[in-house]
Design a protein around this ligand. Structure first.
Ligand code: SF4
Length: 355
């Protein structure tokens, strides 16, 4: 499918990486809306729920700008004039139930012309733990995945197993991609992790797909546009504190959250740029540490949540903790200058030693 918008594929993803959905849509709305109108195909969405808390549904339904009403009424696609994100089947919120609901799923699969997008929320468990309409969730997922043109795993559970796969994992919970691979279905799964998934990520990924742009993915199947940058090195607004060795050690204290367990140094996500709740703040900004929900292995890999990760990266060859102590002690200008020289010479010295 050709892109009708003036935005190139590369620029489209660059722009969505740098902006929230609202800014992106308001900046490029006319181009996007006209491109979507010419998208031609009918798009049908099937949203399946496996093992999860339904928080990703709530996150999506509470999208603020564009809000869910705008998403369902003003951003329409192709000749169908259907909204960009109106699932044909979504058991958690659609009004149909029982046989009628299952008919909707069947119609998504076989009854309508056009492209099919499968969105999965929640992890996949061993047989018997999740049954819908007398059929195991795994069977529903396999059937839908086999005929879907595009598959999106939304939220940490669908991507990598998330909380349902935590230590012990009695139900054998795992991510959609791993499950499909075991079943011999080797299709691309676009992973949009976080706990819950971010509505911007989903809406912008749907827009990209409908415009014929498949986002470039990283080694974990995540769009690089959203998950290609280090939270700690590139985006976190608390980084200046870290660089000066100023750490919060209890809730409400000023400083970088490293010492209360922030996993930012090993996490790739744009939370610090995109933010949450109508782009107001993100976990670190409200006083909590980043818990690593963008990464495979969450939650066990980052547990205990409130402990420091070992191996704090150094600044000029010296640990930020030591640097912070030195700066605190050196309250006089002369002492500060002396310490600065010491830090710099130590950094240079260590760099020489490393060489
Ligand atoms: Fe930000 Fe956490 Fe890195 Fe501190 S450790 S700068 S709070 S990401």
């Amino acid at each position: 499918m050709a892109i009708k918008t003036k935005l190139s594929r590369r620029n489209f993803m660059k722009a969505v990486a740098a902006m929230g959905a609202a800014t992106f849509l308001s900046t490029y709305k006319s181009e996007i809306v006209s491109a979507l109108k010419e998208a031609g195909d009918y798009w049908h969405i099937n949203w399946l729920n496996g093992a999860g808390c339904t928080g990703c549904t709530i996150s999506f339904a509470q999208a603020a700008d564009p809000d869910i009403v705008e998403v369902l009424t003003s951003i329409t696609v192709g000749d169908s004039k259907l909204p960009i994100a109106l699932p044909d089947y979504m058991e958690t919120i659609h009004p149909a139930s029982g046989t009628l609901a299952e008919e909707l799923k069947e119609r998504w699969a076989h009854g309508e012309p056009g492209k099919r997008i499968l969105i999965v929320e929640g992890a996949v468990q061993e047989p018997g733990w999740c049954e819908i309409a007398g059929k195991d969730f795994r069977e529903h997922l396999k059937e839908a995945a086999e005929i879907a043109d595009y598959i999106i795993a939304f939220g940490a559970c669908a991507c990598f197993g998330g909380v349902p796969s935590a230590k012990g994992n009695p139900t054998g919970a795992r991510g959609v991609k791993d499950f499909l691979k075991e079943e011999g279905i080797n299709k691309t799964v676009i992973n949009l992790p976080l706990c819950p998934g971010h509505p911007d990520h989903l809406i912008l990924t749907l827009a990209a797909i409908m415009l014929g742009i498949i986002p470039e993915l990283d080694q974990y199947g995540r769009p690089k546009a959203f998950f290609g940058r280090s939270m700690h090195d590139e985006l976190c607004v608390y980084r200046p504190y870290y660089d000066r060795g100023i750490f919060a050690t209890k809730p409400g204290e000023e400083g970088c959250r490293y010492k209360i367990g922030c996993k930012g140094p090993v996490v790739h996500t744009d939370c610090a740029l995109r933010k949450w709740n109508n782009h107001v703040s993100y976990c670190v900004e409200v006083g909590a540490p980043c818990l690593g929900c963008a990464e495979p292995g969450f939650p066990d890999k980052f547990s205990p949540f409130y402990d420091e990760i070992p191996g704090l990266p150094k600044i000029l060859g010296i640990s930020p903790t030591t640097l912070g102590e030195l700066l605190l002690v050196g309250s006089g200008v002369g002492i500060g200058v002396h310490l600065g020289k010491r830090v710099l010479s130590k950094g240079e010295h260590e760099e020489e030693e490393e060489e």
